[in-house]
Design a protein around this ligand. Structure first.
Ligand code: IVH
Length: 696
């Protein structure tokens, strides 16, 4: 609520008004701090928040004797995003591939076996341990002393929470014994035990503070406290399970490393077990499943890790997850509730998605009022009708789903749901191409839902990450014609007057927004590619593309050429590990459209799209193009390709003048001849491995 003083400029306030206004602002800022930090549910943009703080500063500057003891201006860290310094992880913090069934787990073991060509009779040992539902952290020790603690962040860059993590009893200040490596980064999970979580919420209730939804949120909120003394009062614990940079790796297996961690003074999950093979691992999963309810902490599955570290290294990673580890999730939690309505959402690519509007119900500790119904066929197959009692489920961070309708509870007069054949947003025809499950609006960018969703995606965290340009603003700017497409964002500076005239936008908040936009003109190639919102090009695929093409110009040129499916460029695109024909077609379809190419050109004018930086440019094969041919004897073809790519090389299927090396095994044919004709260096497998080792 704004009083009369709230509308007046700071220098027009009387002394009495200033006093009231400072009191009001202090309360308001405290409320927004709570919403942001404790509840992760901010109600205002960072720009608006900044404007509040600036108003306090201006009033306090005029009436210094009115500065309140509880004034927010005393608190450190004004701007949420800048509260913690960034920490670039020396080695990325990866995520895990998920498995939901025993079959998935058996497949994982088979994949490992095939990749490494392990004979069927040899066991694959894995370490199995509970998957803790907390947040991961990395602890850096130098000469045995804790020097830095960081959150995972986006896996590449986290937040510096050293002072907060220092307050944890499970985080040793100094390592035990003398054997620890000079540099040691220990990774693990920060979590809150259930009983501590319940007690904490009791205390919060007594103080009339909002309770945390679950132990995970409580742990995450506590680690990201600005004031370490607050963290210190929160009962946080830490299980160590992995590592980042290590100057001297003294273990040969995952299991040995866990023993080392214990000897250095870390808590390692006492239930971790070395398993002989897949049956043993699945047995572990079942027994943990049974023990789950009795454990003192929340877990959401079991993690299996290939025990031998030399095998882990050979297996490497794909799409930000190691090939040598797997998270076997517990089944989702379920509940029943009533389906009040089915609404249709239009996504940024025009897909019409049916959404179940539910009578709110608690599932696995979270209140759910909407769930996805996936698509038209799914509704038909399950025969879900408005008014039905439905079973819904939630698994981890996955969007809640409608599993089935409880037919016995169906109201008498219910009718099957008829899926609309027109877009509910723009009225255009919605069509369903043969063989596809999705019905799509044909309105393109004339459909406001698509345009707004695309813009929203464009500025989202993993894309341009423009602070202060939230969904509401995009919708409003779009409605007023200030924004039509992504390029307009970077031309907003020419419309500053129109912005200032908007309700709730002052000089300062406009300046803040324009500043935030300016800082984003420079952007990494992978983020840029992801921001374009091409179907099936998520963050991981964008990274694969960026890694492969290195620059925007190279990518654009290659995609133009690849429109011809017979071209070398097309082959090149589909040879990227992780990019199949379907993804390739979506990328090419994007480039086939004039308006998309125009948008790209216009964006290129406004932006500085950085060339992709390879993580390990020190590798002797970084940037080289390699062709494998013939039979390889020391590794599988798949492994050879993965390893080369992880060291920054491009693996191609055919020899051309751009090829740097042809690695030829026995039985090599025409490619070898081509190489000779073109004067391309030909290596044996041994020579190739020697080359890799020389620089690895
Ligand atoms: S291993 C490269 N082990 O699960 C190895 N992760 O879904 C990466 N997690 O980000 C992680 N318990 O935060 C590992 N015993 C465990 C874990 C565990 C929980 C979390 C971790 C990771 C997430 C991936």
């Amino acid at each position: 609520m704004k009083g009369a003083a709230g509308k007046k400029a700071a220098d027009a306030l009387t002394r009495a008004e200033a006093e009231r206004e400072l009191e009001r602002l202090a309360a308001e800022i405290t409320r927004h701090d709570t919403l942001y930090h404790r509840k992760d549910a901010p109600e205002i943009s960072d720009a608006e928040y900044d404007a509040l703080r600036q108003r306090i500063d201006a009033i306090e500057a005029r009436f210094p004797d009115l500065v309140r003891a509880d004034s927010p201006s005393h608190k450190v860290g004004a701007k949420p995003a800048e509260e913690f310094a960034e920490v670039r992880h020396q080695r990325p913090m990866l995520s895990l591939q998920n498995a939901f069934s025993e079959d998935d787990v058996r497949e994982f073991f088979e994949r490992v076996r095939r990749f490494l060509a392990i004979p069927a009779e040899d066991p694959i040992e894995v370490v199995a341990e509970p998957k803790i539902d907390g947040l991961s952290a990395s602890l850096r020790y130098e000469s045995g002393v804790f020097v830095q603690g960081a959150t995972r962040g986006d896996g590449e860059t986290g937040e510096d929470v050293t002072r907060n993590l220092k307050t944890l009893e499970d985080v040793p200040e100094t390592l035990k014994g003398r054997s620890a490596p000079e540099v040691l980064e220990v990774r693990g999970e920060v979590y809150m035990a259930r009983k501590d979580f319940l007690a904490l919420n009791e205390r919060r209730k007594k103080r009339e503070e909002p309770p945390f939804a679950n132990p995970r949120n409580a742990a995450a909120g506590s680690v990201r406290q600005l004031d370490p003394s607050v963290t210190a009062r929160r009962p946080l614990r830490f299980f160590a399970y992995s590592w980042g940079e290590v100057s001297d790796m003294q273990a040969k297996t995952q299991w040995d490393f866990l023993q080392k961690l214990k000897s250095w003074g870390f808590e390692v999950n006492p239930r971790a077990k070395l398993c002989e093979g897949v049956d043993d691992a699945l047995e572990f999963y079942r027994s943990i499943g049974e023990a789950r309810a009795k454990l003192d902490y929340d877990i959401d599955g079991v993690v299996y890790k290939v025990n031998r570290l030399d095998w882990q290294q050979r297996l490497g990673e794909v799409s930000r997850a190691p090939r040598w580890a797997l998270a076997h999730k517990f089944p989702a939690e379920r509940a029943q509730t009533v389906l009040n309505a089915i609404t249709i959402q239009v996504g940024r690519t025009g897909t019409l998605t049916p959404v179940a509007e539910l009578e709110p119900v608690t599932v696995g500790g979270v209140v759910v009022s909407r769930a996805t119904l996936h698509n038209e066929d799914e509704i038909g197959r399950k025969d879900v009708r408005v008014g039905d009692t439905v079973v819904i489920q939630r698994a981890g961070d996955v969007i809640p789903q409608v599993v089935e309708a409880v037919k016995a509870k169906r109201p008498k007069n219910s009718k099957p749901f008829v899926f609309p054949d027109h877009c509910p947003e723009c009225g255009s025809l919605a069509v369903r191409p043969e063989g596809e499950v999705a019905r799509r609006c044909t309105g393109g960018l004339n459909c406001p839902a698509q345009a707004v969703e695309r813009l929203r995606h464009f500025v989202s965290r993993a894309a341009f990450d423009i602070e202060g340009l939230g969904y509401k603003h995009i919708e409003a700017f779009f409605a007023d014609g200030l924004l039509r497409g992504p390029v307009d964002i970077f031309r907003l500076k020419d419309r500053a007057d129109a912005l200032r005239e908007r309700e709730g936008w002052g000089e300062q908040s406009v300046a803040n927004l324009l500043d935030a936009i300016e800082t984003r003109r420079k952007i990494g190639l992978d983020r840029f590619m992801y921001a374009l919102g091409i179907r099936q090009v998520g963050e991981a695929t964008a990274r694969l593309l960026a890694k492969h093409y290195l620059s925007l110009d190279a990518w654009r040129a290659s995609m133009t050429e690849a429109q011809d499916a017979e071209s070398q460029a097309y082959q090149d695109l589909t040879s990227i590990d992780g990019i199949g024909p379907s993804v390739a077609n979506d990328i090419l379809a994007f480039f086939a459209e004039d308006h998309n190419r125009d948008t790209l050109d216009a964006l290129a004018q406004e932006l500085d799209v950085q060339e992709f930086e390879r993580p390990a440019a020190t590798s002797p094969i970084a940037g080289k193009t390699v062709v494998f041919t013939g039979t390889l004897e020391r590794m599988t073809r798949h492994e050879a390709k993965a390893r080369a790519e992880s060291l920054g090389a491009k693996v191609s299927g055919s020899v051309s003048s751009k090829t740097d090396y042809v690695v030829a095994g026995p039985g090599a044919g025409s490619k070898l001849k081509n190489a000779a004709n073109l004067g391309v260096a030909v290596l044996t497998e041994e020579e190739w491995l020697a080359l890799l080792d020389g620089g690895a």
